[in-house]
Design a binder for this molecule. Structure first.
Ligand SMILES: [Zn+2]
Length: 357
């Protein structure tokens, strides 16, 4: 008899953008995008990090009312020379308030089926009882002012995780461009305001996400932050030399700092050739897990799908396909407590250490 799968808690999705673009409901099974409540239940997805990502104004205009390829607008981030000017604080705050509000309304409309989690204990309770857990995350710190006032407001609204930047630059940091193949060492590290933001996030015990950050920024956070090092949705650079992936040296630092890296399912970050080929097998996802576990141990690897924001292997498709990944992991010998750690346990442990409750 097949043992039952542990619930999955996932380190990254762009579902709120997919809901906005397609107009679909989180509560009805859709053929568009990758996550909704029915497909989550089918795949035993118990929740995850829900990203607030803010389009640069040029891309927002392009995206309005379209449900096309989520990555179509990402081409301007392939090279630093085409990066837009950093967006204004006013613009970033108005956009983020609207997206955050949409996520809070999903909880409100769910009649108790969805909960925004603010503590690790609440997350664990959700996983134990089948309530879908939503963790509010900023993929880019653009809505935060350097004095830290807005951080208090967003924290009160439920924000518990912040990535300093997406693959672009802002007042705090520089991300990696989507070049391939390339090293993640692509320029200056954190600005002085970025270093101060790391201290503010530490004081507020908000998780800091290193995915998208360039390598010098990564080492700046490693030096300044007192929290576990976390890359929510990045793979092994050794197996797919994208600057979005982590070098073995970075993986070693994450292990030493009791952190976690979440497996990104995007085919371009899985493949050795970086191609966007949906015929990439689930076995390739497990190859990255194996490399990361070999390098860091079973306690420092989790999942960070990038559902609703990236190109999935056809074999997996969407959240309803997650049991196929669990099956493949079992096939490589992960079972029992180890499988539960990969599925959700490591995320809960790192969040408990970071948040302190
Ligand atoms: Zn991302």
């Amino acid at each position: 008899m097949q043992a039952s799968n542990p619930p999955i808690f996932d380190g990254h999705n762009d579902t709120v953008l997919s809901l906005v673009k397609t107009g679909r409901s989180f509560f009805e099974r859709s053929t568009e995008g990758h996550i909704d409540l029915p497909r989550s239940r089918e795949g035993n997805l118990g929740g995850g990090f829900f990203a607030v990502y803010i389009y640069d104004p040029v891309n927002l205009a392009r995206e309005k009312g379209r449900s096309a390829d989520p990555e179509a607008s990402m081409s301007i981030y392939a090279d630093e020379s085409t990066w837009p000017e950093p967006m204004s604080l006013d613009y970033a705050q108005s956009q983020s308030l609207s997206l955050l509000g949409r996520l809070l309304r999903v909880e409100e409309a769910s009649s108790g089926a969805v909960k925004v989690v603010r503590t690790a204990a609440a997350l664990q309770r959700c996983l134990d009882t089948g309530v879908f857990a939503m963790l509010l995350h900023f993929e880019g710190a653009e809505p935060l002012d350097p004095e830290g006032h807005a951080l208090e407001t967003f924290y009160a609204a439920g924000l518990r995780s912040v990535g300093l930047t997406h693959s672009r630059r802002n007042r705090f940091a520089r991300g990696v461009p989507f070049k391939f193949p390339h090293s993640p060492d692509t320029g200056e590290g954190l600005t002085d305001e970025g270093k101060e933001l790391v201290r503010q996030l530490n004081r507020r015990r908000v998780m800091i996400d290193l995915s998208h950050l360039n390598e010098r920024g990564f080492w700046d956070v490693e030096r300044i932050s007192d929290a576990p090092l976390v890359a929510t949705h990045s793979n092994a650079h050794q197996l797919s030399p994208s600057p979005r992936n982590l070098t073995d040296k970075q993986l070693d630092a994450i292990r030493e700092r009791r952190g976690i890296a979440g497996l990104n399912f995007h085919v371009g970050f899985l493949r050795q050739d970086g191609g966007k080929d949906t015929n990439t097998p689930i076995a390739r996802m497990v190859d990255h897990i194996e490399h990361m576990v070999e390098r860091m141990g079973i306690d420092h690897v989790g999942l960070g799908s990038d559902f609703d924001g990236a190109t999935m292997p056809a074999e997996l498709r969407d959240a309803a396909g997650l049991p196929a990944l669990m099956q493949a992991l079992r096939g490589r010998g992960y079972a029992g407590e180890d499988l539960a750690k990969l599925a959700h346990g490591n995320w809960v442990r790192v969040l408990r250490e970071t948040w302190g409750e």
